[in-house]
Design a binder for this molecule. Structure first.
Ligand SMILES: Nc1ncnc2c1ncn2[C@@H]1O[C@H](COP(=O)(O)OP(=O)(O)O)[C@@H](O)[C@H]1O
Ligand SMILES: [Mg+2]
Length: 243
């Protein structure tokens, strides 16, 4: 199973506000790519463009899954999810009054994912034993770290090939950030996923990323072909590491 994502020269705007400016990047099959950038630089906007929630004003977004290339621009979010693309959204967007299991099951609405519901639920509970213990608990009464696990589990319930993760570290204590990042790497390995992860937390992101891009004002300002190359970049040192 091979799945890759290609973004070519994408512009996007909210009315008169230009949010993406000629963004090009790729995520090859089986890679974990970090999309780095501080607040307001366009990370979420790019995720929204990939998922069909915002239409780029220019450029091309395509995925190649098992040798078949599909253009995403102009397709509905439902079609895009059905191709095998899932997101763990910024702020998690869970249903606080519903139980853990109900939230997980809501991730399996993708048609192709329905037959595998029991298998994926089992897999989720194996990856997150704590969620199994808490399967009947209302999500709103759980800790931030546990809620992030529910959000990750929900994304996996739709049996994706490409996983988008938007700022998993937001709102979590440092120890939970580290655990969440490790879980993403574990899920990726077990499920053979291709991952694009937006993060502001440079140190945590490069623990699991193969490569990365730095977005500044909606533009890719730097591309690092390894975590070391990212750490050596002047831009990263200045903006993220305070050096
Ligand atoms: N719904 C919106 N309406 C208008 N401007 C928006 C909207 N969402 C984001 N923006 C603007 O687009 C830019 C990029 O935002 P965003 O993609 O959310 O950045 P990030 O995810 O990197 O924090 C920012 O200048 C932000 O203010
Ligand atoms: Mg964002």
């Amino acid at each position: 199973m091979a799945a890759s994502l290609l973004i070519e020269d994408v512009d996007a705007a909210y009315g008169a506000v230009r949010a993406l400016d000629g963004v090009s990047l790729r995520v090859d099959s089986g890679e974990t790519v970090a999309l780095l950038g501080t607040n307001g630089n366009g990370k979420t906007t790019l995720m929204r463009c990939i998922l069909g929630l915002l239409k780029p004003t220019r450029g091309r977004i395509s995925v190649t899954i098992d040798g078949v290339t599909t253009d995403l621009v102009g397709r509905s979010p439902e079609d895009i999810v059905n191709l095998g693309i899932a997101i763990v959204p910024e702020g998690r967007r869970l249903f606080p009054r519903l139980s853990v299991e109900e939230n997980l099951l809501l991730g399996a609405y993708r048609r192709a994912a329905r037959p595998s519901i029991p298998r994926h639920l089992e897999f989720c509970y194996e990856a997150f034993p704590r969620l199994k213990e808490r399967r009947s608990q209302a999500v709103g009464s759980m800790s931030g770290g546990e809620q992030q696990m529910v959000a990750l589990g929900r994304a996996v319930m739709c049996a994706p090939k490409i996983l988008l993760v938007d700022e998993p570290s937001v709102g979590l204590a440092p120890i939970l950030v580290a655990r969440t990042i490790e879980k993403i790497a574990e899920l990726k390995e077990k499920l053979g996923l291709t991952v694009l992860m937006a993060e502001q937390n440079f140190h945590q992101a490069i623990r699991i990323a193969d490569r990365g891009y730095v977005l500044v004002h909606g533009h890719v300002e730097f591309q690092g072909d390894s975590p070391a190359a990212l750490g050596d970049s002047e831009l990263v040192r200045k903006f993220y590491l305070g050096l």
